[in-house]
Design a protein around this ligand. Structure first.
Ligand code: SAM
Length: 183
């Protein structure tokens, strides 16, 4: 089994984007089209994004009496912009993505192979997650990850499981850029 039609389509689309212009497919700055992103500048955006949101996560966890997180899942990880920033902080990180080419690139740019690894999401990925799973599940700029899943339902099923399912203690966060089209 390898997922339904929507899932296959999403994989094909993202994999094509990953082959043509992966960094721009992830961060669609008009000035960076046609492979104009410099790799270091691209990863720097991830470090800044994580620096900005990490105190918020810690503050929530602290409020709930939960320990400092040690593990994270970067869902829809792309080439690892966010997970590399997590790994630099010492977290044990897993990056999951629908696109094999994105995962190949994430492996290529992985500076922390001792505690950061990448996997293509498959229909058995949910089962592979095991239990307990991650202290933090972060999903950046990957809202489509919640529209299709290989499990029949939406990606939320996967996300809930990754956050810990029945286990109380996981922290999930979906962060997307909001575009104002009102002019
Ligand atoms: C806009 S990129 C964001 C990448 C990364 N989160 C970042 O912020 O750098 C969206 C990523 O989500 C992945 N993706 C899309 N749908 C997905 C799904 N249903 N499950 C897992 N990954 C998915 C794409 O392959 C792509 O790498």
């Amino acid at each position: 089994m390898s997922g339904g039609r929507l899932w296959q389509r999403a994989r094909q689309d993202w994999d094509e984007l990953a082959q043509v212009d992966p960094l721009w497919a992830i961060l669609t700055d008009p000035d960076k089209r046609n492979r104009q992103w410099a790799i270091e500048q691209f990863f720097e955006t991830g470090r800044q994004q994580v620096q900005a949101m990490w105190p918020k996560i810690l503050s929530h966890l602290n409020e709930w009496g939960m320990p400092t997180p040690k593990t994270a899942l970067d869902y829809g990880c792309g080439i690892g912009r966010i997970s590399q920033a997590f790994a630099a902080m010492g977290l044990r990180v897993t990056g999951h993505d629908i696109s094999p080419e994105m995962v190949r690139l994430a492996d290529h740019w992985n500076q922390y192979p001792s505690h950061c690894r990448y996997e293509v999401v498959t229909d058995s990925a949910l089962r592979q997650l095991g239990d307990p799973t991650f202290d933090v599940v972060y999903c950046a700029e990957a809202y489509t990850a919640f529209e299709v899943s290989p499990f029949g339902g939406t990606g939320k099923v996967y996300y809930d499981k990754a956050c810990g399912g029945e286990r109380v203690g996981g922290f999930g966060m979906v962060e997307c850029m909001v575009v104002d089209n009102q002019g």
